[in-house]
Design a protein around this ligand. Structure first.
Ligand code: ADP
Ligand code: MG
Length: 377
């Protein structure tokens, strides 16, 4: 892992922060929040809030939207800001470093706390793929709006944290969950690489067995990972496995459980056949229906409701069913409208604080900002 390139949260004035928070509150029942409502919630004079909103727009923390009526909406950078600020206030993190992963619908950064312990931060970016692509997709996904994507991202992070915690508490090989807020999860930074990048494996049959046993053990706890593949399995130097990425997990009592179970098993079988020319016995769903513990039931008490889960599964299903063929090329779209990603300059202190880490930070921006479209100011 690269050295931690420390960046601090941009300084926002108290009133700017108030306006940002007011916009978030207004978003609960407005797709686009009218300026008067923002002013009202923030308890500021109309003109005052308007000026601050223009400033926040300049920093891309909010976006002006007059597609239906005139108002503002929160952007991913704005939502990132609120989540990071909240977690920084409770000392879960104090700095954000390099980006280590760009998933289809997430960004992963190295972060650190006051004690300089490094951790991984995962920011959910639901809607990124589907929204940035062809217009038909947008239509296909119907009424999904940027506000509902933020909401779905929050659900995904809430679910991920709840599952990671339950699995960790039952000694499954998953990162230790540390904190979550809104659409962000902080977890242990695992010193290992995705199986897809691992060039050599000492004991192929052992790894194959470990992975199949993991699928079976999950099922014995009432769970199916649902995306059990070479990208979500981290392997360390000693060939130990860490499983990551939980927003799409399903219960073994789901009506399509067998389909999901088989799909996970098939992913591993096909990967081993392709990469190691290795084939061996594999588990069948019907042989693994005894439950040691039903984690699925425990989880329903974790604040993540069935209704939330259904909403999330619907969003995943809509995405899977959306016209395909271009999901893997993220850069050929000229629709910048929803292209709002964590811009590391938003976390920097460049324009707000005098800080001798600035120069070092900017030197690294080009590298860490690979996914952001433009640098603020
Ligand atoms: P996505 O939902 O976008 O697939 P993942 O949770 O699978 O996101 O993470 C994407 C990538 O980030 C992983 O393939 C891995 O390389 C890296 N990563 C994620 N979590 C960690 C972690 N805790 N420690 C180290 N690397 C991680
Ligand atoms: Mg993944």
């Amino acid at each position: 892992m690269g050295k931690l390139n420390v960046q601090k949260l941009r300084y926002l004035s108290r009133d700017e922060f108030r306006v940002l928070t007011a916009l978030e509150m207004g978003s609960k029942n407005h797709e686009v929040v009218p300026t008067t409502l923002i002013s009202h919630i923030a308890g500021l004079k109309h003109g005052g809030a308007r000026k601050l909103l223009i400033e926040l727009t300049r920093h891309k923390l909010v976006a002006y939207d007059n597609s239906k009526y005139s108002g503002y909406r929160l952007t991913y950078p704005g939502y990132d800001y609120l989540a990071l600020k909240t977690m920084a206030n409770r000392n879960s993190l104090s700095s954000v470093g390099n980006q280590i992963g760009v998933g289809k619908e997430s960004d992963i950064y190295i972060v650190a706390n006051e004690a300089d312990e490094q951790m991984a931060l995962k920011l959910q970016r639901l809607g990124r793929v589907s929204f940035r692509k062809v217009k038909e997709k947008r239509d296909y996904l119907g009424k999904a709006t940027s506000a509902s994507w933020l909401y779905l991202s929050r659900l995904a992070a809430t679910k991920e944290f709840a599952y990671m915690k339950a699995l960790y508490d039952h000694d499954f090989p998953v990162p230790k969950p540390i904190d979550f807020n809104r659409h962000c999860v902080i977890m242990q930074l695992v010193n290992a690489y995705p199986l897809t990048q691992v060039q050599e494996v000492g004991d192929v049959p052992r790894l194959y067995n470990d992975l199949m046993n993991l699928i079976v053990r999950l099922a014995s706890y009432g769970l199916i990972h649902g995306d059990f593949n070479e990208f979500n399995l981290l392997i360390d130097d000693e060939q130990r496995v860490t499983l990551i990425d939980f927003p799409q997990m399903v219960s073994t009592s789901h009506e399509n459980a067998e389909y999901y179970f088989d799909r996970d098993v098939t992913c591993i079988r096909e990967f081993f056949a392709r990469k190691f020319h290795y084939e061996a016995a594999y588990p069948r769903f019907r042989d693994h229906t005894t439950r040691a513990v039903n984690l699925d039931i425990d989880l329903s008490a974790s604040g993540f409701s069935r209704a939330d889960d259904e909403l999330l599964q619907q969003a995943f299903a809509a995405r899977a069913a959306a016209p395909s063929g271009d999901d893997d090329h993220q850069d050929d779209d000229d629709d910048d409208d929803d292209d709002e990603e964590l811009d590391p300059t938003q976390l920097g202190s460049a324009s707000d604080e005098d800080d001798d880490e600035d120069d070092e930070a900017s030197a690294d921006k080009t590298r860490t900002a690979s996914s952001s479209s433009s640098a603020a100011a």
